[in-house]
Write a protein that binds this ligand. Structure first.
Ligand code: PHE
Length: 365
């Protein structure tokens, strides 16, 4: 066997036994590198007599091309195998189930506030807001509750102290949402808007009072309508429509019980019909009544306090406790867990984020 034939065979074996690109590269260098076997064969050409040089040169070239092609093909095969191995190794199993997500949910108070917005929105009411820290004028005086009026005592007010811990500047945590009436009416006058004015205002209210059924912080909804010619009958119709849409039944009677609020005249407390069956409360026509809020025709003094002409305009206002509405509608027996952030309670009474109130259906258009 000629030298060249031996070289060809050995090279072929060396390529075949190369397990990876690095090993193959070593084989390439050993045969085709500067000092490689084939290269030295080429170099030896010069030492041969001219007649042998041509045929030997051609033979070396044939072997060189063969080995070069073999190495190239093997390199490609090894690269493909390496890529496949890497892809198999890095594969992500997308069939695995996703990690369970913590679901956020809507607190019953928020849910009821959304329902109230939807129902009153359908009745033509816009939504307004006011600050939690109020001045004496908006929380009391403008609402026809002057200093030393006994009604101030009824409110168990939280007074805000100044930096020295003293009397402060008369600011309070609002004891009801009625100061928003004043703020919106002031804007109504300032911007010379035309009646009707029809809005609700919801939010936190504060009273220094705490037991089974009272929390120092609670939520109220305020409603106000100013329109020429509105009467107590419109007030009653509006609240009847609301109560029926909110509780989703048409047979709920309303009772207006004469009462007193300094900012309304006449004033009434609103009761809805209910019954007790085996200790369970049912809203709807029955033998009993439940109070849900206060209301009345706006006292002309309040209209005068904000600069409205009480001889031309009149209106009505109402106020209700949002926690109470939530408890009655969703059968929540105790007020206090509403603010305890107990996950078990929240899971029991909460609402899904997509649980959009559909109560608007019940409201006449
Ligand atoms: N602001 C009253 C309260 O908190 C409720 C009310 C509002 C009564 C509007 C009449 C009209 O008790």
């Amino acid at each position: 066997m000629s030298d060249l034939e031996t070289i060809r065979k050995e090279a072929t074996q060396a390529v075949a036994s190369a397990q990876d690109i690095d090993a193959l590269e070593k084989v390439r260098v050993a045969y085709l590198g500067k000092t490689g076997v084939i290269t030295s064969q080429m170099k030896s050409l010069g030492t041969l007599p001219p007649e042998e040089r041509k045929t030997f040169g051609a033979s070396v070239n044939v072997v060189k091309d063969e080995i070069t092609a073999l190495i190239e093909n093997t390199k490609q095969a090894l690269e493909t195998a390496a890529l496949s191995a890497r892809l198999a190794h890095e594969k992500i199993d997308i069939t695995l189930p996703v990690r369970p997500e913590q679901k956020g949910s809507i607190h019953p108070i928020t849910q009821v506030m959304e329902e109230l917005t939807a129902i009153f929105g359908a009745l033509g009411f816009t939504s307004e807001e006011g600050p939690d820290i109020e001045d004496d004028f908006h929380n009391f005086t403008a609402l026809n509750i002057p200093a030393n009026h006994p009604a101030r005592q009824m409110h168990d007010t939280f007074y805000i102290k100044d930096e020295k811990g003293e009397g402060g500047n008369g600011n309070v945590l609002r004891t009801h949402t009625s100061p928003v009436q004043i703020r919106v009416m002031e804007r109504f006058v300032k911007e010379k808007q035309q009646s009707p004015l029809r809005f609700i205002a919801m939010g936190r209210t504060y009273r220094c009072d705490s037991d089974m059924t009272h929390s120092p912080m609670f939520h109220q909804i305020e409603g106000l309508v100013i329109e020429e010619g509105v009467t107590m009958a419109n007030l009653k119709g509006c609240l009847t429509e609301f109560v029926r849409a909110f509780f989703g039944r048409d047979d709920i009677p309303l009772r207006f019980r004469p009462s007193f609020f300094p900012f309304t005249e006449p004033s009434a407390e609103v009761d809805i019909g209910c019954s007790w069956e085996n200790g369970e409360l049912k809203i709807g026509a029955g033998k009993s009544w439940l109070e849900i809020g206060g209301c009345g025709m706006i006292n002309p003094n309040v209209l005068k306090n904000v600069g409205l002409d009480s001889t031309k305009l009149q209106g009505f206002a109402f106020g209700m406790g949002i926690e109470r509405m939530a408890m009655l509608k969703y059968g929540i027996p105790d007020l206090r867990p509403m603010y305890e952030s107990d996950i078990r309670w929240l899971n029991h009474y909460n609402f899904g984020a997509l649980d959009i109130p559909s109560l608007v259906k019940g409201v006449a258009g």
